[in-house]
Design a protein around this ligand. Structure first.
Ligand code: SF4
Ligand code: SF4
Length: 276
């Protein structure tokens, strides 16, 4: 690709939404209108084979729903790790300590990121942070805590940032777009780090070269693959299916055509330039 493209990412990342099932029902959940929240990836061996066969080094970032609710979750993590893949997860952190120990054990040789979402409607904060401190001790990878900056959560954010200084915030979305924060709130949200520490609230990266589609992509519980989340939203840049052999990745960075990038991975792994 032309000048301006970030360097070739040595490790690719695939976000795998392996199930829609979740044991929580957050009022602000972006998936709350999904018709069927009982779907999960069935043919795990075929998925794992597909991920292991990806060319070069890859990380698989597991999410759902709540991925720990997938009946084969820890086994799948172990098999992905055995296949040489780095494994990360986005979770509501409600899994048992036994399951969490299983995850930490399976990923200890090549750990990824454990992103624990704090959902105040469902958990007690002291207990959450106590469990978080325990998990940090046994997990070899990077552990982070995120919170959706809803209007209900807003009055508690300062206090929560004192309890967990590295707390990352995510803007609330309605119908996939960021809600209307007041100008003062937008300033405050940026001062707190913006979306997952990016410094921005709804980054517009259109026109920039991005490695999504080549070194990043997303897969759902049926194996359907798209360049990134906005691509799936608009049903563009379909990459095929990882289960039937039709997956086709690009070889270069390509220009972004979306006015709102809500994809944390390409932003945080240097696959697209964030700053001016
Ligand atoms: S834990 Fe996550 S997936 Fe589950 S209901 Fe809450 S926001 Fe949605
Ligand atoms: S929306 Fe984000 S991840 Fe998708 S192509 Fe644009 S910059 Fe890359």
């Amino acid at each position: 690709m032309t000048g301006g493209a970030p360097r070739y990412p040595l490790e690719g990342v695939v976000s795998w939404n392996m199930n829609t099932t979740c044991n929580f029902r957050c009022s602000y959940c972006t998936q709350r209108f999904v018709d069927d929240r009982k779907k999960w990836a069935k043919d795990l061996p075929a998925f794992i084979q597909g991920f292991v066969a990806l060319p070069g080094d890859w990380e698989v970032k597991l999410s759902g729903g709540e991925p720990f609710r997938h009946p084969g979750f820890v086994d799948a993590v172990q098999q992905l790790a055995d296949g040489g893949l780095r494994v990360s997860v986005v979770s509501n952190f409600s899994a048992s300590r036994e399951q969490l120990e299983g995850f930490a054990r399976a990923t200890q040789d090549k750990p990824g990121v454990f992103s624990a979402s704090l959902h105040l409607e469902w958990v007690e904060t002291e207990a959450f942070f106590e469990k978080a401190r325990w998990f940090q001790e046994i997990f070899a990878g990077r552990f982070c805590v995120t919170l959706v900056a809803t209007q209900e959560n807003w009055p508690r954010i300062a206090e929560l940032r004192e309890m967990w200084p590295e707390l990352k915030l995510q803007p609330e979305k309605q119908d996939r777009d960021v809600v209307a924060y007041s100008p003062a709130q937008r300033l405050q949200l940026k001062a707190w780090g913006g979306h997952n520490g990016s410094g921005q609230i709804e980054p517009d990266l259109s026109g920039r070269a991005c490695w999504a589609g080549s070194r990043y992509f997303i897969v759902d519980h049926l194996g359907e693959a798209y360049r990134c989340y906005p691509a799936r939203r608009y049903r563009k840049e379909y990459l095929g299916n990882i289960l039937d052999g039709s997956l086709s990745l690009g070889f270069e960075a390509a220009l972004c055509t979306y006015s709102y990038c809500n994809c944390t991975v390409p932003q945080q792994r240097g696959m697209v330039r964030l700053g001016d």
